[in-house]
Design a protein around this ligand. Structure first.
Ligand SMILES: Cc1ncc(C[n+]2csc(CCOP(=O)(O)OP(=O)(O)O)c2C)c(N)n1
Ligand SMILES: [Mg+2]
Length: 347
């Protein structure tokens, strides 16, 4: 099965563009912005200012192209690697950074932002997206829920539960699998014997689409169609975006131990940003000065968010307990008291 592709590696259109030129230019600026964040966050981790960070370099088009097809009030439930998609849907850099600083407040986005905190537990969050979509269906709105996950997450039971429920109840859910070839050191070949992940939808009565995940326009077109289906009440879609993470699994990983550096050469040629840049250059709507301006503005915006996150007054030691349940259980109360030195363990 050939993946859907609209923009080739040289930036030439292989078919009609699903977006007008101005919108492609705007989304290129978004691609530059999210890459600037990814590089900044990696640098902050190296300086000891963030805990472990999961880079998404190489996967920008998969995230930006899909998130660009959403309405601001749609729901998003994503993972530790999806900062780009989350930011596009309104989750501030501040919150993403706070989360990586181990500050609970990162998990509480501003009111009106329909994005759940990132799931660190692999695969556990797709059922939440199905539930959110189902709730919107019951309320009679046309809001949809999108969920992002990796190739590795498709081996979790939760993936199958989510797909099964979405199929039976025709929930307005868009499943976006960023197949980046790896689940830490577990390669795609050992993850599943199916030819594609997209075809897993068939068993659940959900259409699956295979798409070149490094092609902004193809990812956008596939997601736009899936979102439209969901809004019309026709149910869920599974999108498999073929991509590659160019960095390690996280800043705590050494990918050189299991992945040949040479295997990345082809992917480097397919860089999602270069492709769009070439397209803009060919139509005369790109200049070095403009790109420099965009990157400088993005860097300033991100730097300001880092400043705000680092300047926030420290969070009280017991706060993690307050956010677990509306009314803490007795066990949690005891643990909190122990932490704060108000009681003795086990008493
Ligand atoms: C339930 C669970 N099992 C194991 C882990 C450890 N772990 C973190 S990320 C990861 C790999 C996930 O791979 P994939 O779903 O392909 O996403 P990617 O990291 O490639 O974006 C694993 C095994 C975890 N966080 N949660
Ligand atoms: Mg993966």
């Amino acid at each position: 099965m050939d993946p859907l592709r609209i923009l080739d590696v040289d930036g030439r259109l292989l078919g009609p563009s699903p977006l007008p030129p101005e919108e492609i230019r705007r989304l290129f600026a978004v691609l530059l912005t999210v890459r600037a964040y990814d590089h900044k966050a990696s640098a902050l981790q190296r300086q000891g200012r963030l805990a472990t960070y999961a880079q998404f370099e190489g996967q920008e088009a998969a995230q930006v192209g899909s998130a660009a097809a959403l309405r601001p009030d749609d729901w998003m439930v994503a993972t530790y690697r999806d900062a780009a998609a989350m930011w596009m849907q309104g989750y501030p850099w501040d919150n993403l950074l706070l989360g990586r600083m181990g500050d609970e407040r990162g998990g509480a986005p501003p009111a009106g932002v329909n994005v759940l905190p990132p799931s660190i537990t692999v695969g556990a969050h797709m059922i939440h997206a199905v539930g959110l979509g189902w709730a919107e269906q019951m309320r009679g709105t046309d809001r949809i829920a999108i969920t992002y996950f990796g190739d590795g997450a498709t081996s979790e039971g939760d993936f199958h539960e989510a797909m099964n429920f979405a199929g039976v109840y025709r929930t307005p859910t868009v499943f976006v699998c960023q197949n980046n070839g790896w689940a830490i050191s577990m390669s795609r070949d050992r993850q599943t014997a199916s030819e594609t992940i997209a075809q897993k939808g068939i068993a659940y009565g959900i259409p699956g689409t295979l798409v070149d995940g490094n092609d902004l326009l193809a990812v956008f077109a596939a997601t736009r169609d899936a979102v439209a289906r969901a809004r019309r009440g026709e149910g869920a879609t599974l999108i498999e975006a073929l991509t590659q993470r160019m960095g390690p699994h996280t800043t705590a990983d050494d990918a050189g131990r299991y992945r040949e550096e040479r295997s990345l050469e082809d992917w480097r040629r397919r860089d999602p940003l270069d492709r769009v840049r070439r397209h803009l250059q060919a139509s005369g709507s790109w200049s070095e000065d403009w790109e420099h301006e965009v990157v400088t503005a993005a860097a300033a915006e991100i730097e300001a968010a880092v400043g705000r996150a680092e300047d926030l007054a420290p969070f009280g030691a017991g706060a993690a307990f307050d956010r677990m349940f509306a009314r803490p259980t007795a066990v949690l109360e005891a643990q909190r008291a122990e932490l704060l030195g108000e009681g003795k363990a086990g008493s």
